[in-house]
Structure formats: structure tokens, C-alpha cells
Ligand binder design. Sequence first.
Ligand code: PLP
Length: 362
Amino acid sequence: MPRPTRIDIDLEALAHNVRLAKTLAGTAKVMTAVKADAYGHGLLQCARVLANSADALAVAICEEAVALRNAGITVPILVLEGPFDTEDLRVINQYDLWSVVHHKHQLALFSEADTRTIPSRRDIGLWLKVDTGMHRLGFSPAAVPPALTALQTAGYPSPTIISHLAIAEKPEDSTSHQQFARWHSLTEALGGSTSLLNSAGLMGRLGGQSDWIRPGYMLYGGRPGGLFESLPLRPVMHFTSRIMATRRVPVGDTVGYGGRWIAGRPSVIATIPVGYGDGYPRTALDGTPVGIAGQICPLVGRVSMDMITVDITDHPNATVNSPVELWGKSLSVDTVAAHTQTIGYELMTRLPARTPRHWLGG
Ligand SMILES: *Cc1c(COP(=O)(O)O)cnc(C)c1O
């Protein structure tokens, strides 16, 4: 029997979630983010489903877009980080990609102000990035009109204006207020096509902000910050295993590396064949919930490379081979993340090749 640790990807749940995103977006167009291997869910498998209903796909880098085009995906694809060099510029042209322009050096690439560049087609979609306050990428609001003029002079008639929110799940936060104010005064002055919101912005129904919505995490069933519980999203990723061993541990004995957990009562400990080498986070604290045959039990002791240990003292039916859910249908990745000092996004995107993935439906 193979090691029972595996990941199932439910492509019907993905299709359901993108339909929900489209409903929430109303008349706005929907660009679905499939960067980082579709948040760990499989780039091509997910893109094939999303391309059926989304207006466009978004990736971080050119290599991801090329993989999509080589697999026969023909919908528009936006490269969120834009070109790093002239080779990327060539790829953007050859593969008919859309590109963000976030920096002067990219402006030079596209406008050929830089004589080292190759000629660029003028019919590719450019998205001019404005830094409204996240301070990660983009032109300052004051630098946007001249950048826009430079692109229009170079022959790109109507770049879309794009920005990103730092705290989209908290629209009432002062940083968000400031970002919205800068966004509205800039885009109202400029006119033209715009794009602002990610999943949290869409889920928080911050509608009316722009023409394009860019959801990622919610498509995979994630809830940013564990919020928006009332939205009927379906988890796409199911990370499961089975109990491989059980043992009794007397009061006062410790479990696992470093002896972090000490039995406060006579305990029954289950060992599960999943560890940080399989993508289960080593930062998981004692008490991190683990689903064991339909009941939540606490993780105890440090996560090893290949195994974890769980206290099943209060679950007398659990035994060797009982099914285990690390995260998925009944235990959300956001709940697990809250116990592991990270976010669900990271748990999903750092699953190693060792963990077998299986795609269902779609
Ligand atoms: C990844 C990304 C998104 C999607 O964000 P989610 O929080 O996953 O919805 C949107 N816009 C940009 C610029 C991104 O990098």
C-alpha cells in the first residue's frame, strides 16, 4: 500500500467558486490569478477550468504565461510583474501577453526610449501600475500622467490603470481610506479602464471601484483573514492522510523532537505520515486542529520532516488507518494557518512535489 498522504484538487469546486466571483463582480470583468502554480493547485488544470468563465488570467511572471500558451490557453493573460528584460519583452510580444508596466525601466522597454530593446507590438494590452499606498510596486500618482503620455506617444492608445490594496480585508482602515482617496482622484481625472480589487475587496463587496476585479485566493476556497464566512465558497484543496501508528504515553513523558509537549494525563498519541517535507508547516503549535475520522484532535509535539503526532485520547474510535484531514472540506486551511503563524496562501503554495496531487472533475 502506498503512503496514504495525498492532495485532491476538486475542479468542480473551483468552477463553483469562479461562478460566485463572477456573480459578486456584477458588471465588472474578472481576471483570475493563477500565479505560483495556481496557488499550489496546478497551473494548467486550474487554468483550463477558469478560462471557461473568466475574462482573463493573471500570472506573476512570463514563464507562467508561456506554459499556459504552450498548453493551448488562448484567453488574455496579464503578467503582473511585467518584463524584467528584453528577453521578457520578446516573450510578451511572441506569446501575445498583456503586461503590467510598474517602473521607468519598463516604460523604456515598451517605448524603445532604450535603444537596446527589440520592437514591441502596439496592440498588446498594457496595464500601468500606480502605487496608491502599498509602496511595493508602481508609479506614484503624480508620475502616472506623464507615464501614460509616454506610452500613448509610443503608440499604446489606452493602458488600463491598475493598483493593489494593502489591507483589502479592512476597508475601514486608514491605509485603505488613503488608498481609495488617491485611487478615485487619479482615475476620475484620467478616465479609461481601471482595476483595483483582489479577493478580499470583492468578498467585502467593495464594488464600484473599477472595471476589472482580480480574485485569486477565493477561487481556491480561501477566506482572507478567515473572514467572509457567510459566502458559500467551496474548498478546492483536500490534504489528507491516515493514522500510521498509535501508542500510549504515560503522564510526564514528552512527545517528539525537543520534548516540547508533555503528557498531562495518560494519553493516546497517533502518528500521521505527513511532515514539513510534505508541506505541513513546522511552525504548527501544540493544539493545531487535525481532523481524525470526523473529529478535531489537537496536534501535539513538534512537526517532523515526515510525521506529526496528534493527541487522540478523547477519540476512542481512532485507530491505525483512520482517515486524517490536514485541511480541506471540514477543516479550513485558514483555520490551520491561524495556528501556524502564517496564512493559508502560504500553506497552499509551498506544497512540495513529494506530495502526490490528484485532480477530480473539471
Ligand atoms: C496575487 C494578486 C492578486 C490576487 O490576490 P488574492 O488576494 O489572491 O485575491 C490580485 N492582484 C495582484 C496584483 C496580485 O499580485
